[in-house]
Design a protein around this ligand. Structure first.
Ligand SMILES: Nc1ncnc2c1ncn2[C@@H]1O[C@H](COP(=O)(O)OP(=O)(O)OP(=O)(O)O)[C@@H](O)[C@H]1O
Ligand SMILES: [Mg+2]
Length: 273
């Protein structure tokens, strides 16, 4: 059974024009899925349908075997964690610590377990010194980390991140990539919406492309990389890293090597560095 199962999904912001028409998609635990597409292709709308912020006109969405039709956003959030494009939309209280405690409110866990989870998150995200700081006084990257912590603290099986790489610096991006890897290794389902194609190579096992609400393709990462035109098909441009990868493939780089770490290892061995 898939952890998230969407079938016959239709949705439009207005009655006479449907953005999604009869979409079917399923997602399993342990997968790292990228959803890509131009601005306005429907990525965020799809996520809002999954978390109950929007209701489909037709179709069914099941999470962990149960329809979400009559579930509240807060109920759904215990099964799937959502990290939105703008962390400001996710922060409500006047201290970092309270923000984390608020996230745990709906979980039936004791005070001791609550404190231990809060401490664990503060230390994991290096936010201990901001325990009593107002979230609005955090930097953009720190807000992003706090927003992610408020989701992870509930220990959901699936996490959906909408543009988590925007507005954060290189170092934070590396950190976030590492967190995503740790979560993947724990067997969680990760759905990553991003325009950052290089981060998809590092983080994802499957790529879904949306174009004006239609699924253009849904491919394992290896198959996605096999066809150089896959990005241009949906109006996106290859990154310099990807261009370099294709050039290296032309001169014999094995297909299974596409992550930066593996590429460096390959060069070390083959160039006897
Ligand atoms: N609240 C809304 N009311 C009406 N139309 C909307 C609303 N939100 C989004 N849309 C429209 O729905 C379409 C899909 O938007 P959506 O935000 O899902 O795209 P996206 O793929 O997330 O884009 P981006 O890459 O810019 O984040 C767009 O045409 C957008 O203008
Ligand atoms: Mg969006």
């Amino acid at each position: 059974m898939s952890y998230i199962d969407v079938s016959g999904l239709s949705f439009g912001y207005t009655k006479d024009s449907l953005l999604f028409n009869n979409i079917a998609l399923s997602f399993n635990l342990g997968e790292q899925v990228a959803i890509i597409g131009q601005n306005g292709s429907g990525k965020t709308t799809f996520v809002k349908l999954l978390n109950g912020m929007l209701k489909p006109q037709r179709g069914r969405i099941k999470i962990s075997g149960e329809s979400i039709i009559d579930k509240s956003i807060a109920d759904i959030a215990t099964k799937v964690g959502f990290v939105f494009q703008n962390p400001n939309q996710m922060l409500f209280t006047n201290t970092v610590e309270k923000e984390l405690a608020l996230s745990l409110l709906r979980l039936k866990i004791g005070k001791k377990e609550q404190d231990s989870r809060i401490n664990e998150m503060l230390s994991f995200f290096n936010l201990e010194q901001y325990r009593t700081t107002h979230p609005r006084n955090l930097s953009r990257g720190e807000k992003q980390k706090l927003a992610l912590a408020t989701v992870l603290i509930r220990e959901p099986q699936a996490i959906i991140l909408d543009e988590p790489f925007s507005g954060i610096d290189f170092k934070q991006r590396e950190n976030l990539t590492n967190y995503i890897r740790i979560l993947s290794e724990e067997g969680k389902l990760i759905i990553l919406i991003t325009h950052n194609i290089d981060s998809i190579l590092e983080n994802c096992s499957r790529v879904i492309a949306l174009d004006e609400g239609k699924i253009t393709y849904d491919l394992p990462i290896n198959d996605f990389l096999m066809d150089e035109t896959n990005l241009s098909k949906i109006g996106l441009l290859p990154t310099n890293y990807l261009k370099m990868l294709y050039k290296l493939r032309d001169i014999g780089l094995p297909r299974e090597i596409y992550r930066k770490k593996d590429l460096i290892e390959y060069f070390k061995q083959n160039l006897e560095l």
